[in-house]
Design a protein around this ligand. Structure first.
Ligand SMILES: Nc1ncnc2c1ncn2[C@@H]1O[C@H](COP(=O)(O)OP(=O)(O)OP(=O)(O)O)[C@@H](O)[C@H]1O
Ligand SMILES: [Mg+2]
Length: 142
């Protein structure tokens, strides 16, 4: 029996242009990333971080559009951040705080409960670091 289905793209960008003053960070990027694992690779200064910032709604493109999980990255960025998680390079984390305290606080900010923090750590195999201070974690753990 024939059944209609929709293949949702995780990311879809169309003609993204970004200028920082005179500097062109993106000159018309179009791309499609399906679900599953994808990588964005390119030389230093190619515009990868700028692209991720646009997808996360942190930077507004000069021209063009992007969708994440079907939502407009500019106009519906709240919906995007409700569903997608972005791990950025420069994270300003409180180095002296225990992992546990930080994650429980984050859980509350997201409308959850402290136990969600434990569940999340268990899910990514980092349960044993619950009591550590953030500053003692490796880059990958962060
Ligand atoms: N806030 C900013 N102000 C001015 N120029 C910027 C700014 N952010 C990025 N750029 C410029 O935009 C271009 C793309 O930078 P971007 O950080 O997106 O590159 P990248 O692909 O992430 O590089 P890398 O591999 O080194 O991380 C570079 O020329 C960079 O100098
Ligand atoms: Mg970068």
């Amino acid at each position: 029996m024939w059944q209609p289905y929709i293949l949702m793209l995780a990311v879809e960008a169309e003609g993204l242009v970004k200028f920082f003053g005179q500097v062109a960070a993106l000159r018309g990027l179009s791309m499609k990333a399906p679900g599953g694992v994808s990588g964005l690779i390119g030389p230093n200064g190619a515009g990868k971080t700028t692209t991720i910032h646009i997808l996360a709604g942190l930077v507004r493109p000069t021209r063009g559009s992007a969708r994440v999980l079907g939502f407009d990255a500019v106009r519906e960025s709240t919906e995007v951040r409700r569903r997608a998680r972005f791990v950025l390079e420069d994270q300003e984390l409180p180095r002296h705080m225990e992992v546990r305290r930080f994650l429980e606080h984050a859980a509350r900010l997201c409308g959850g409960e402290p136990r969600d923090a434990r569940d999340a750590l268990k899910a990514v195999g980092l349960w044993e670091y619950f009591q550590r201070v953030i500053g003692s974690l490796s880059a990958g753990m962060l």
